[in-house]
Design a protein around this ligand. Sequence first.
Ligand code: SF4
Ligand code: SF4
Length: 437
Amino acid sequence: MHLIESPDGLGQGHLFVVDGSRLFDVEAGLFSELRQTAGGESLSRLLDRVGLGGPPRIDDEPLTAPPVRALSLAIAQKCNLGCTYCYAQQGEFGGAAKNMSPGIADASVDLLLADAAPGERYNLAFLGGEPLANRATLQATTRRAAALAGERGATLTFSITTNGTLVTEADADFFEEHGFAVTISLDGPAEVHDALRPYKGGRGSYETVMERITPLLRRQRQMQVSARVTVTPRNLRLRETLEHFLAAGFHSVGFSPLLRSPSGADEMSIETLETMLGEMIDCGLEYERRTRKGERYAFANLTNALKEIHRGTHRPYPCGAGAGYLGVSADGDLAACHRFVGDDEGQMGSVLGGLDTARRGDWLAERHVHRQEPCRSCWARYLCGGGCHHEVIQKGRPACDYIRGWLHYCLEAYLRLTAAGMYPDPAEARAEGMTNR
Ligand code: SF4
Ligand code: SF4
């Protein structure tokens, strides 16, 4: 249970029931009774009394053999940039620079679409290193996968995360033709970005990136081009960054804190996460103001959180890693996700030898949020899912106050926007079948 005060000071409030991520308006008497309840047995009794009890919606059982619906290919394990904090260690994941061969890429697509049936949805993502360093294989794989999905009547979407330095006009045409979701890694305006994301020789990359991606930003019809900002102690001015990239024409802008880098460089601390939370809320409040004025303000973190709250998302894992989503290394090894490429922890077989279902079963059992501490007793557990597996395994859970602070703000924003009739957009809600409250 998590309680949210109403801003009017009349004692009424809102109750977020963790089980099922359900949100209720609560009158003053019950709100005060809930506030005084210590939790445990007495809380269960109180929830039963007001009709909110019942069997848990999420039990301790791990997912069993979920179908693989998304793969990311480390199509090029090499990169031309030397970002200070790169989890892929400048693209090579601690090994030799290499490209994925067309044979491994084809075997990956075959694995993804092996049982594809009409109407089912799949995603194929290209990551690196820098994926455009292996353009020929990327294009051939996209064409073949699109044809295969088409033959089977399945819907296949494509995505790519790129540093933007190698993009050409022809790439823009190609991504537009195949409706790619393109994510450009950018860390802020020129000076800030250049300090964090220089070329290997030390020269800044900002000017090249912005020039190279102009055709992408211009062409967005089928494709969408978003900016993803990795937040470090050196680029904490989020509102300025958000508005800078929205003005440049990005479809949306999202932020993610750097909790773990191979060398420890530029990792966020408890103090800088606190500063980041303030900045995120500042961006959120501006989103609320703009929404009330009927303007679009594409702050991806908030738009995604609002959708999840509205749908009543409750899940026992933070993401699809090792479940419906797997990463493939340039050599064809399967990993729990793109960040586990080259890491023994998340290995799960290979595209040629097949998925190691026993290892995947163990992973899904071990990573269930009910097996994580202190997640088992955290009110945010079914929205958060226990935190990124890779960061948690490598670094622990330094960001929990940040995560809870952010989700608390998002619940408040949701309550304010729905009360004002500003959320959700009725057409969008109908289309997506969203419900809550
Ligand atoms: S906020 Fe922290 S404790 Fe809570 S579910 Fe997420 S990772 Fe676990
Ligand atoms: S484990 Fe972390 S990096 Fe991998 S998909 Fe999940 S959230 Fe993303």
